[in-house]
Design a protein around this ligand. Sequence first.
Ligand code: ASP
Ligand code: MG
Length: 409
Amino acid sequence: MALIVQKYGGSSVADAEKIRNVARRIVRTKEAGNQVVVVVSAMGDTTDDLIKLAQQVTSQPTQRELDVLLSTGEIVSSALLVMALQSMGHQAISLNGAQAGIQTDSAYNRARILKVEARRLLAELEKGNIVIVAGFQGITKDMDITTLGRGGSDTTAVALAASTKAARCERYTDTEGIFTADPRVVPEAQRLDEISYDEMLELATYGSKVIHPRAVELGELYDVPILVASSFTDNPGTLIHREVAMEVRNKVRSIAHDLDVAKITIVGVPDRPGIAASIFVALAEAGISVDTIVQNASTKDITDLTFTVARSQLKSAMAVAEPIAKSIGARECVGDDKLGKVSVVGTGMQNAPGFAARMFKTLSDKGINIELITTSEIRITCIVAENKVKDAVRALHSAFELDKKQPSK
Ligand code: ASP
Ligand code: MG
């Protein structure tokens, strides 16, 4: 008998009928002879709605009470799912984050899981129950409710799979798996049978919304295979795991894009020690997460410093950077929020020459200007104008021959 952890996203439990649909799928897994733990997200846009509601009451809700409020979304869906299972004649029980033993630090709204004390959960499984856990939440050692940050239910699911030594974690959503590009942008995109943790982490960090990067990281750390599939079909999905077929070496695995990019350039920065530190320390203290950073080689001891942030953070980042730019004697500080990112990802690119050249040539043939370039061992990212991102994805998809059925094992 295998223990399987399943996770259903908000769109999969968006209404009563969808909850019953999910219940039927859970029953199938149980009747195939498995023990089942299920993590649920809040129904549909519940979390957004709760945030709006809080903001109607006060423009500055305290973080503690916001977490109490937001945690209720997942509790609602867990109880409803148990009711659906019980009405189908199955034994099930709902547990909130605290009852499921999810212990976190006390960073409200973005808590980290410190430990999972799974005794209660395992005892419920032993009694023959299907256990439904409210995702995205935990409890501090002082018994305060925390949430894990937006999209945190994925992390709950992988953490539970790791701590119960489950055979695997199955993550169901409204997409059929991981594709060679977003199928809404590239209709010819192919579903991948499998992908490595490292590749998935790059894709998730650089724009793929299919699974939260933290969950992938945790999966890799504890070696939990994660299946990503649709809750609306029976198609096989994509397995995220360590060992990926050899035949796909020397290939790009997938293309990610992100339309939420803004750039700040500090022009004419004096090139002396401590300048970068003064800017980025201040940004970090203001809670602004900086992504790509590029500093030009200096000429005559003057350089330009460019970095990117999420578009929603441009204003606050400018407010921090501008006075510092002035105080260090830089010429000016320029912001641009009409940018996007396109990234090609594949472990097969490691130590293989020519991928960057092909990417840049493809973009130049399309007349797309590259603003910034960043790379890791298995990723090349170009920052381009927002209105060119989709063209870039399509052109790269065919240049790297991703429209053909991908080889698997
Ligand atoms: N309901 C939370 C959110 O919308 C957590 C999740 O769905 O994973 O961010
Ligand atoms: Mg959600």
